[in-house]
Design a protein around this ligand. Sequence first.
Ligand SMILES: Nc1ncnc2c1ncn2[C@@H]1O[C@H](COP(=O)(O)OP(=O)(O)OP(=O)(O)O)[C@@H](O)[C@H]1O
Length: 302
Amino acid sequence: MTGQDNVRAHGASAGQPCGLRVDDATVTYRNGHTALRSASFEIPAGTITALVGVNGSGKSTLFKAIMGFVRLARGRVEVLGMPAPQALRRRLVAYVPQSEDVDWNFPVLVEDVVMMGRYGHMNLLRRPKAADRQAVDTALVRVGMNALRTRQIGELSGGQKKRVFLARALAQDARVILLDEPFTGVDVTTEDAIIELLGQLRNEGRVMLVSTHNLGSVPEFCDRAVLLNRTVLAHGPTSQVFTRANLQAAFGGVLRHFMLSETDERRAQSVGIFSDDERPLVFYGETATPREPGTHSRQQSS
Ligand SMILES: Nc1ncnc2c1ncn2[C@@H]1O[C@H](COP(=O)(O)OP(=O)(O)OP(=O)(O)O)[C@@H](O)[C@H]1O
């Protein structure tokens, strides 16, 4: 292996193995619409990365391409240094879908949904062993859903359903977890619980790619960000990607952007508030400011 190959296999960041590498990914749907064109980025393991962009910018398409649900017309995806299909066969990747993508009328218990995460660890008869039951128990406790384990999945609230799907990913012991808008329709307490859990998973060396419209939460819990608009506009550490110029390029007229005059002389600079639907992002000068711990500032819909 050459020095360059070594960097490719183990990621660009010194000391951190490459978690996910998307190279020149292009997806064209059957109706001829190219939802993603030449998208390229890479993220190291042990990180949480935000995937941010307007409605229709290709976030779900990117997830589906990584999962092999839609075909790449061009390009490739590598997971943990191996081609994505190999990583998928080894059940190293889990997808936590948007609520709308799931048929909630399907009669299945919460604990059965989480057990589905164990299928790849079982033989063809799919008879759970003690280790499988243990993994399900642990996952349900970690997401705070153990008390509701014998409920029908369709009887849960939106936030509870999301936690069940996250538990399924944990039971699977996925090293790479793709979360499609995990905070939509979720109260702030649940959002904080999910963020706390994602932090623990990062410390275990896993890779999380999280699509979200909560711009204000991104600097708070995401190490990195990928800005998408049918291709990758910017990617890298959040502090470098979340600039006014990049956000304006990604969101254009869609983003609500307010400039406030600052009366406090200590902050005699412009204050900008960027909002894409949910929790707003506040800029003092050119710096995005994470929310202070314990404070919540969800924007009311206008
Ligand atoms: N099965 C499909 N066939 C044709 N076009 C599709 C299909 N699925 C998505 N698209 C189109 O591809 C584009 C990207 O859709 P995608 O769902 O990836 O966007 P998104 O960024 O996840 O949006 P949102 O923020 O609304 O969830 C959109 O223009 C959408 O209409």
